[in-house]
Design a protein around this ligand. Structure first.
Ligand code: ATP
Length: 285
């Protein structure tokens, strides 16, 4: 086999809470990460030497700043693989949106190179390489539903959710994750996220209800600087999609759709008036 094509799924956060600042300047997080069907396609082929990135996107770097490049570089450093690799990124996930687009590409490269080149890397080596590339990369190695703590790298996989359709909307603006976290630190706010109760609801496979306290503590911060986030959330809530939240540091916003609203969700996506927004009806996996 001399080519491998691999799906790199995006994620949303069903809740996101910050419990403190760590010594390494990362924040101590607790959140539920949920993979969704929306994915990039990563195509890996061998080359004699070096790492070559190509993509259909003009929004991502193609040099050593690309997280997929970093992943390949780490694999080459930490295994006995001595040749090179071509990586094509067919970008479908909106960039800098809170959807872990770069992290999931990196995870796909780690898994893909390990398989295509028969590297036989142990699970803990794969996890370590993933974490060196970024906090969200370990989760992206195994799509599903997980409770993540630490930097987001300590993972407890949960029973899979019942499938939900997901309306995903991203306004045509980008945010810097770093800046949003800095602004959070300067803001005195006290959203209480009832983490234990929410985890119990998932474990008991209860229908997820926004009134149980699902929240993202970064949401007020991003909403302050990007008015589109609040505007989009208001439209979705006004249309009756109550379970509407921002994912990660934003600015993408999602609604979980219950079974009896799936047709309404299709119509909403079809008739979306804000024509600069990225909008898609996808689903949890
Ligand atoms: P997270 O949810 O992990 O904070 P995100 O979805 O907000 O991530 P990304 O799409 O990963 O953000 O993009 C963040 C930055 O990373 C962008 O500025 C982008 O240029 C850079 N980047 C590097 N490699 C990639 C990649 N393969 N795909 C997307 N962005 C990348």
């Amino acid at each position: 086999m001399n080519q491998l094509s691999i799906k790199a799924h995006a994620k949303i956060n069903l809740f996101l809470n910050i419990t403190g600042l760590r010594n390494d300047e990362y924040h101590e997080l607790e959140m539920v990460m949920q993979s969704i069907e929306l994915h990039d396609n990563i195509i890996i082929t061998p080359r004699k030497k070096g790492i070559n990135i190509d993509t259909n996107s003009n929004e991502i770097p193609i040099g050593s700043d690309n997280l997929a490049y970093k992943a390949a570089e780490k694999i080459i450093e930490e295994s006995d693989f001595s040749r090179g690799v071509n990586i094509f990124i067919d970008k479908k996930i909106p960039v800098a949106a809170g959807l872990a687009g770069g992290s999931t590409d990196a995870a796909a490269v780690i898994k893909g190179m390990n398989n295509l080149f028969n590297l036989d890397l142990e699970d803990h080596t794969i996890h370590d390489i993933a974490l060196k590339v970024g906090s969200d990369v370990p989760f992206c190695l195994n799509p599903g539903t997980a409770y993540a703590t630490g930097r987001g790298d300590k993972l407890e996989y949960l029973t899979a959710l019942k499938k939900y359709k997901v309306i995903l909307v991203k306004p045509p603006v980008m945010v810097s994750t770093k800046k949003i976290y800095e602004m959070y630190d300067d803001l005195d706010q006290n959203i209480e996220v009832p983490v234990k109760k929410l985890l119990k609801n998932i474990k008991k496979k209860k229908r997820l209800n926004i009134k149980d306290g699902w929240a993202n503590v970064l949401e007020p911060v991003t909403r302050n600087v990007i008015k589109e986030v609040g505007e989009i959330e208001n439209i979705l809530r006004d249309k009756g999609f109550e379970f509407t939240l921002m994912t990660g540091s934003g600015p993408a916003v999602f609604s979980l759709v219950c079974k009896n609203r799936e047709e309404a969700a299709k119509q909403l996506v079809k008739n979306w008036q804000r024509d600069q927004d990225f909008i898609i009806l996808t689903e949890t996996i």
